[in-house]
Design a protein around this ligand. Structure first.
Ligand code: ATP
Ligand code: MG
Length: 465
């Protein structure tokens, strides 16, 4: 640590200003934890015994930084320095009101502040004052818990979690990101206090879910969320995927664990958060569409369409963006069965239609479909994957030939009206669709010339020419 302080301009400046003004200052939290874990840190949290805002302004001035964001209600401020976010906070002694998570802030000591941190591994501090520069202040044995890979709270977890219920979710998020275990007391306390999560805004819940999804094995987090009962509090649709059923000796797979396996598979291939969401939600429509039939056993007819509709409601409920991200997830959920259907019958026209519908998201759709193969039978998996290779080849071939990825009709509605001398009407749409189908079915090439010839023939048949 000493070395880093001396080599790093930001720590050096903070240290000098702290001593000049006789203020006690520490680097605390995630930065210290990540230092011991050898992980890169995106941000640095500076704890000031006194006013964090006043101190930050002095540091900013020294560094020639003009833009400092101040959050007076929380007594914090932040500025960017060389791609890092430097956050300043005054030491607090906090008590929360039970109905909301807005704290009543009082000035506190280092000790007070460390007690109100979420976890022992996040409560460690390095001194930045010259007298004890680089000294580690670790009153709750965070380094021990780092070594043991365990998530513990500084205080009795019932107190820590009831002060701020988001911490229950953060416990599971850190366990997932770091591959740590929850201390038994922590686990039990989450189970006991789970209902308190409902006072937390959806935005903050989703922020943690996103971090879980972006972890190496997202399933770890969702399984803990489920076991503690937290998941059912804010995401019952997902808990509904759980369980199998057997009738007359036929059964179906557990779609909860299947979905998590799919997300784990995807996590190995992508850091696209929205593709991970698509993986999580691809079978969300299954419980609603489940039927049993003597002949066919269990079916989940149209679960992809029902799922697509549910995606919209889930995004709304979670206050997630209702823009092209939603459209993307919905589309992938709706199309997730298509590549596997094609594997069974790789015709040019089926591949063309898929390219047409998936557009630029075809590669992501293929990733999702591949991740969706979770059979325990290795030979079966191998066969599917090699068939997918064939589909991929075919996709490349057809894309090169027909350029359907972002397909625009070769003849516009206006051109149809002009050519046939007709007004806007149903016929325009009919002709347009016929041209599209002819191209996708490979009857004609994707060119203006062939499309015009085809249109003229069709119009004659319809008595329009
Ligand atoms: P990351 O930035 O990777 O999410 P982090 O530990 O830096 O991890 P932040 O949310 O940036 O997490 O918070 C910085 C520090 O502030 C934490 O290490 C912890 O000490 C404290 N902290 C953050 N949120 C809470 C909370 N809800 N309750 C108590 N302490 C918190
Ligand atoms: Mg941080």
């Amino acid at each position: 640590m000493i070395k880093q302080i001396l080599n790093n301009k930001i720590f050096k400046t903070i240290s000098e200003i702290a001593d000049k003004n006789e203020i006690e200052v520490y680097v605390i939290g995630g930065f210290v934890r990540d230092y011991f874990l050898n992980r890169p840190s995106k941000d640095i949290d500076i704890l000031v015994i006194g006013s964090g805002i006043d101190f930050s302004l002095k540091v900013a001035e020294e560094l020639g930084i003009k833009k400092v964001s101040k959050f007076k209600t929380f007594g914090t401020s932040m500025f960017k320095y060389k791609n890092m976010e430097i956050e300043f906070v005054g030491a607090r002694k906090e008590s929360y009101s039970r109905e909301s998570r807005n704290p009543i802030i009082e000035n506190g000591t280092l000790d007070d502040d460390q007690k109100r941190r979420d976890f022992t591994i996040n409560a460690m501090a390095f001194s930045l004052n010259k007298a004890n520069l680089g000294e580690l202040l670790d009153p709750f044995n965070g380094t021990g818990d780092l070594n043991e890979k365990i998530i513990r709270t500084p205080l009795n977890p019932d107190i820590t979690f009831s002060d701020d219920p988001l911490r229950m979710l953060r416990a599971i998020r850190f366990a997932t990101q770091l591959n740590f275990e929850l201390d038994e007391l922590v686990f039990n306390s989450i189970q006991k206090n789970k209902e308190r999560i409902n006072i937390i805004t959806k935005e903050r819940i989703v922020e943690e879910l996103n971090k879980i999804l972006l972890s190496p094995y997202p399933s770890t987090g969702f399984i803990l969320l489920d076991k503690t009962g937290l998941l059912n509090e804010f995401f019952p649709e997902f808990v509904n995927l759980k369980g199998t059923e057997t009738i007359n000796g036929t059964s179906h797979k557990d779609n909860f664990f299947h979905s998590l396996e799919v997300v784990d598979n995807l996590a190995k291939k992508t850091d696209n958060l929205w593709l991970l969401w698509a993986g999580l939600l691809h079978d969300i429509g299954k419980p609603k569409s489940k039927r049993y039939n003597e002949k066919t056993g269990f079916t989940f007819h149209a679960h992809e369409i029902i799922g697509g509709k549910m995606v919209v409601n889930i995004f709304k409920n979670f206050k997630m963006p209702l823009n092209e991200k939603l459209n993307y997830v919905k589309k992938l959920v709706e199309l997730h069965l298509r590549p596997i259907a094609i594997v069974k019958d790789v015709t040019d026209s089926a591949v063309r239609r898929l390219l047409f519908e998936a557009g630029n998201d075809i590669d992501d759709l293929m990733k999702l479909a591949e991740a969706d193969i979770t059979s325990k039978n290795e030979a079966k998996v191998k066969k599917y994957l090699s068939n997918f290779e064939i589909v991929r080849q075919k996709l490349i071939e057809i894309e090169e030939k027909d350029k359907l990825r972002n397909w625009q009709p070769p003849i516009t509605g206006e051109e149809i009206m002009e050519f046939l001398k007709i007004k806007p009407s149903k016929d325009v749409g009919i002709i347009k669709n016929k041209i599209k189908d002819a191209i996708l079915d490979g009857e004609i090439k994707n060119t203006k010339e062939e499309a015009f010839k085809y249109m003229s023939n069709q119009a004659k048949k319809l008595g329009l020419l």
